[in-house]
Design a binder for this molecule. Sequence first.
Ligand code: TXA
Ligand code: MG
Length: 329
Amino acid sequence: MPIFDGLRPEAIDLAARRLADGGLVAFATETVYGLGARADDDAAVARIFEAKGRPPEHPLIVHVTGPEAARAFAARVSPAAERVMQKLWPGPVSVVLERRPGLAEAAAGGLPTVALRCPSHPVARALLRRAQEMGVAGVAAPSANRFGRVSPTRAEHVVAELGEALTVLDGGACNEGIESAIVDCTVSPPRLLRPGSLPRSMIEDALGQGVGHGDAGSPRVSGSLESHYAPQARVQLVASHELESRALQALSTQDPHALAVLARHRPALPAACGFRAMPDNAREAAHILFDTLRGFDAEERQVVLVERPPDDPDWDGVRDRLTRAAAPR
Ligand code: TXA
Ligand code: MG
């Protein structure tokens, strides 16, 4: 059985041992499931890229037990990073810092910087702590999906993506549901390279200053490739008032079963069409987003119409993932 109950100490022990030995372990975090390897072992990290089919120059996030462990990987901790770590860790925010030369070279994709994150999920925390006791300073972990695909938010998703042979620490459905916000703290003011489920305003409150936007000159963020987080179905973002007409249009060429809608209200649709209610609240929407897209794939929907989320900054994370899911491949 590849899936272990991540709350059982024996499972944590076995998984931590596997990491210490240079193996791969998938584990629950509060954002999405991660595929981990010890960050200080380039050969172990190479196995992540291989399993995901991810280009090796894409940097990974290094997961640590807290600010103290983060310092081992950073050449310098800027005051802004210090504030984020003190106020928002453990939690769904990663910081980019100057990297300590010679450490986590492969995990950082050769960049002079490193992204660090301290997750709050009890399974991730137990694993990181136990692995640390075994000499693992940090665990490099991208989302546990094949490159470019929807991130997994349940243990079963990981198995569906990466196969039965992998050790998976089950921690239930991820609370946040989309990946961490990434804040580049190597520049002043810091820049938000990837929005997460935590509103930008909470990050700015913690920093005591506004954050800039990532731009084309920003370091490589694979989530910043246009087409990413893509399900098999074609995703289209549609304004609320156009949902009904776009659905009718789709039904003129598609079988009703091929169509699904994610919106606040179910438009008039044949019963065979799929529907899931979009929560009014951005954090709840993030929580169901990837699971819903995967569910539509499992039902073999071909076209998914999604109601365009509000312009409100709280929706930045969800809007970002949906825009990429809808980008042409
Ligand atoms: O919530 C999360 O962050 C999840 C869970 C597993 O913790 N992890 C995750 O990893 O989303 P991944 O590999 O799917 O995304 C990592 C992102 C990539 O977009 C990568 O380019 C960016 O972090 N990144 C890593 N190191 C960086 C660096 N030094 N500078 C800029 N971006 C970096
Ligand atoms: Mg990913």
